[in-house]
Design a protein around this ligand. Structure first.
Ligand code: SF4
Ligand code: SF4
Ligand code: FES
Length: 274
């Protein structure tokens, strides 16, 4: 597929964000993307590469700025081959089981998840559970740093988490690798909101998955206005068997863009006291 950017002053194709990938990944003719979302793209995984006229190398569609009249080829053999290898590297090194659409992309690109063998796993350890609200599952982390950015200057300005260690030891951690409960974390859960792989996830979901009771297909999502204060954030209540199992926030809300605080994100238990 060839598309030409309209290049309307500072706007991105169809969205307020000026990337070649202006619509959700997987929209017909769009390449896949793990990091596409409400916060700034990280250009970390290269699963979204496209050919851009005049560029020697493939460009990441999630973060490459769209320019007037530039020809972008999204479905060439070179781009598809590169995506296939990236998917193989990702699937060999991290657990993609909770990455939305990863399985579909692996099929679509004919990628072999086992190509680089069992030794390619970057991390092999039990999920870290040090608080009642959310869980770090390092096996699933692609080190995209989105959680670090939204905890920091992009959204929350709390700077509770960063990348600790180097090379194979690199991991997302609170300062001095402290337990989250001993860190500056304010439990807004915005890091969970943007995590593309489920490496940072809700404890409620983690427990239900472990118990075999998580049923995403049987859940409904109802968007309402948070009643805690006058800001009026939108909350989406995910309900299974008449119980709220997690709360997210719509990314396209023009005011909150997916942000919530601890009350909106986690303070729903009182609703279920019947
Ligand atoms: S919950 Fe909020 S404050 Fe805590 S690590 Fe995540 S983004 Fe930072
Ligand atoms: S925990 Fe999630 S958001 Fe943070 S670096 Fe890992 S994959 Fe990215
Ligand atoms: S989705 Fe663009 S680099 Fe990962």
């Amino acid at each position: 597929m060839i598309s030409r950017c309209c290049g309307r002053s500072g706007r991105r194709c169809g969205t307020p964000r000026s990337a070649v990938l202006g619509r959700p990944p997987g929209t017909p003719s769009n390449p896949p993307s793990t990091v596409w979302g409400p916060s700034r793209e990280k250009n970390a995984c290269r699963v979204c590469v496209v050919e851009v006229e005049g560029a020697r190398t493939l460009a990441p569609a999630c973060s490459r700025r769209a320019e007037p009249g530039v020809e972008v080829r999204t479905d060439t053999e070179r781009a598809r081959h590169s995506r296939k290898v990236v998917l193989e590297l990702l699937a060999s090194s991290v657990d993609l089981s909770t990455t939305p659409r990863a399985e579909e992309w692996i099929k679509e690109y004919g990628a072999e998840p086992d190509r680089f063998g069992p030794d390619a796993a970057r991390v092999n350890e039990e999920p870290k559970v040090d608080n009642d609200l959310y869980v770090w599952d390092y096996d699933k982390c692609i080190l995209c740093y989105k959680c670090v950015d939204v905890c920091g200057e992009q959204w929350q300005n709390t700077f509770a988490i960063a990348v600790g260690g180097r090379g194979f030891d690199a991991r997302i951690a609170a300062e001095h690798d402290a337990a989250l409960t001993d860190s500056a974390c304010v439990y807004c859960g915005n890091c969970i909101e943007v995590c593309p792989t489920g490496a940072l996830g809700f404890k409620s979901e983690f427990d239900m998955r472990a118990a075999g009771t998580w049923d995403a297909a049987g859940q409904t999502g109802t968007t309402a206005v948070c009643a805690y204060c006058g800001v009026g954030c939108n909350v989406t209540l995910h309900v299974q068997d008449n119980e709220i199992v997690k709360v997210t926030s719509p990314h396209d809300n023009p005011v909150t863009h997916g942000n919530l605080c601890i009350k909106g994100r986690f303070g729903y238990q009182h609703v279920q006291q019947r």
